[in-house]
Design a protein. Structure first.
Length: 404
């Protein structure tokens, strides 16, 4: 142990030296982040941070008799521009008992060199270099190496609040009925975040309790993947990540929800989510609207529609038609559409009659009370549909589900 401490002490100057170009240098400081208001580290600040990292590492080495409490899992592909900053926000966590598994998924830039150099400075970082196999393969390879009871997902271009791991570990320790916990998020940089994405940010930050998340899980992915810490046993039990041709994270949440898992969030922004042109939702076809619809209809059939495959879809517009297409392919019986447009009422879509909201109760009763799916994405429509259906005494999640 003494030789290990002596060896690490000789690295201290390189951690805070202005000549150092690694993850604690000024060039990597997370400017503009509310997590780090004094981001322009002076040499003294760098020295203090480096000392804390070293002390945390020594503490782990002295007390560790078993696996660390948390494995931070980071897939990285050509991430040289942001990786140092991302790793710095993990290394500076107030919670010390963790390891960081960084899976270099066949990067062709300087990602490998950055990982190797930072691992020399922080023994909690474990680089894994693989031939390129894509996100799902990288994640599953990383999970197989995680030693902890909790796995904290993180991305190579994001930033973490210093207390993220501490808050989420405490929450999972205290709530055995919750399988995964996320947090509220803040999208950055401000100049890259469009109005529509801010609306999404507000929506996802409003889903805190298990009931909130379960209620809206078929609308969109209710958890920001890199903000989530999940129980390792849950990942093992469900078989890890699966590539079904749609988003791997949404697939995981829907699969676990169908199996009875409950999710929650820390009601505080502990994660900064980077917006940019390289986001997979902009570059990978698996994240298209059509593939999100495929995912939710697949799990609707496996879950709420498993016993009685009969639906009435509220919304005869484009979204309703797209949802109905996949449900019909899965063998679900489409009884009717509901719409408020008088030009549509009385016509048919996919062989089903379009009815008015006033006709819905009697049609549903005659049809042995099928599941109602609200599929109108227009802003404000969801709340109006809920008000109408709740007024009939129907319960969301039992008689009806919002899917847009």
């Amino acid at each position: 142990m003494s030789s290990q401490i002596e060896r690490k002490t000789t690295r201290l100057d390189s951690l805070y030296s202005p000549k150092f170009t690694g993850f604690l240098a000024d060039e990597a400081a997370p400017e503009g982040s509310p997590f780090y208001p004094n981001a322009a580290h002076t040499v003294q600040n760098q020295k203090a941070i480096a000392t804390r990292i070293l002390l945390n590492t020594y503490l782990r080495a002295m007390i560790r008799t078993s696996a660390p409490a948390v494995s931070v899992l980071i897939p990285a592909y050509n991430a040289e521009e942001t990786l140092k900053e991302a790793l710095s926000t993990i290394s500076e966590q107030s919670f010390a008992d963790f390891e960081t598994i960084v899976v270099n998924d066949g990067s062709t830039d300087g990602t490998a060199d950055i990982l190797n150099s930072t691992a020399e400075l922080d023994d909690r970082i474990r680089p894994v270099h693989l031939a390129h196999q894509g996100l799902v393969g990288a994640l599953n390879a990383g999970i197989s190496l995680c030693e902890s009871r909790y796995v904290a997902r993180f991305d190579a271009d994001d930033r973490a609040h210093p207390d993220r791991l501490s808050r989420q570990v405490d929450f999972l320790d205290a709530n055995a009925d919750i399988d995964a916990v996320g947090s509220q998020i803040r999208c950055f940089p401000d100049e890259r975040v469009a109005k529509g994405f801010r609306i999404y940010e507000r929506w996802i930050n409003g889903l805190i309790s298990p009931e909130d998340i379960a209620r809206e899980i078929y609308i969109e992915s209710p958890l920001v993947h890199p903000s989530v810490t999940i129980r390792r046993e849950v990942l093992d039990r469900c078989g890890g990540y699966v590539d079904n041709g749609w988003p791997e994270d949404y697939d995981l949440w829907l699969r676990l929800h169908t199996a009875g898992s409950r999710f929650a969030k820390i009601p505080e922004a502990l994660h900064e989510w980077r917006e940019g042109d390289r986001r997979l939702t902009r570059t990978d076809s698996r994240y298209s609207v059509e593939n999100f619809i495929r995912a939710k209809t697949h799990y609707l059939v496996q879950g709420p529609l498993n016993d009685s495959k009969k639906v009435i879809i509220w919304g005869a517009g484009q979204m309703g038609r797209r949802v109905s297409k996949h449900l019909l392919r899965a063998g679900v019986e489409l009884l009717a559409f509901v719409d408020i447009d008088p030009k549509k009422i009385g016509n048919t879509r996919r062989g089903a009659l379009i009815i008015s909201p006033e006709e819905l109760p009697s049609v549903a009763e005659r049809s042995d009370n099928p599941l109602i799916l609200a599929a109108v994405p227009s802003r404000g429509a969801r709340s109006l549909i809920r008000e109408n259906l709740n007024g009939l005494g129907w319960v969301e999640g039992r008689e009806y589900i919002c899917v847009a």
